[in-house]
Design a protein around this ligand. Structure first.
Ligand code: SF4
Length: 213
């Protein structure tokens, strides 16, 4: 990343962190994903349980491996062997002490926008785990709510559909979202988290590097 880009993102992150705090979120500015991972590891009590939702940013950070290495109690749907078991583990993750996730888009005013297929990620963000640790790149701060919703729907969701290997949706066939209602659709819930009721329950790591979808 060029110095001027980093400078701009740092300035914007400082502004955004104040907006997030007004909404009862905690904002932590990190220059890269490794720094975010390290800070998150420090915040997670080693005696408590950790759940996580589907997020390539969380996966790429390496935090899951490090939590396993230090014998953290993990609620991990990837370790299941059937659809039913996976479903049950995803339910258990909603009662984890900590939940790791990422955010699809953030407004300049600090609202968190997510699009979810199963809904477990937005469920955990909304209620359940005592603390939610969410990674998001400053690249995903798009503007006002309408713009952010549009970017998440028109850009992030089709990219995710291709990543997940869907076959028949308009975003696969044409490359653009067709607002589908197909059985394969991954855009079942679009959630705006405008404030946290519990102060400091949701910790947002604002990452200066351009990462994630
Ligand atoms: S609503 Fe359907 S077409 Fe649009 S991005 Fe989601 S899966 Fe693709």
């Amino acid at each position: 990343m060029k110095d001027y880009q980093r400078e701009r993102y740092n300035a914007a992150a400082l502004t955004l962190s104040k907006k997030l705090e007004r909404r009862n979120f905690v904002a932590i500015i990190c220059q890269n994903l490794t720094a975010a991972k390290n800070q998150a590891l420090e915040l997670i009590d080693q005696d408590k349980s950790v759940g996580f939702g589907g997020s390539i940013t969380v996966e790429q950070s390496g935090i899951i491996d490090e939590l396993y290495q230090r014998n953290q109690k993990m609620i991990d749907r990837e370790k299941t062997s059937s659809a039913e078991e996976r479903h049950q583990v995803m339910k258990q993750a909603l009662t984890a002490d900590y939940f790791l996730t990422s955010i699809n888009g953030v407004t300049e005013d600090g609202e968190l926008v997510n699009i979810d297929s199963v809904g477990n990620r937005v469920a955990a963000l909304t209620f359940g785990p005592d603390k939610v640790l969410a990674f998001v790149s400053m690249r995903k701060v798009y503007g006002n709510l309408a713009t952010t919703l549009e970017m998440v729907r028109k850009n992030t969701a089709p990219l995710n559909a291709h990543r997940l290997g869907l076959e028949k949706t308009p975003c696969i066939k044409r490359g653009n979202c067709g607002d589908c209602l197909q059985s394969e659709c991954i855009c079942n819930t679009i959630a705006v988290t405008r404030r946290s009721m519990s102060k400091e329950r949701i910790i947002v790591f604002l990452i200066i590097d351009e990462i994630g979808l």
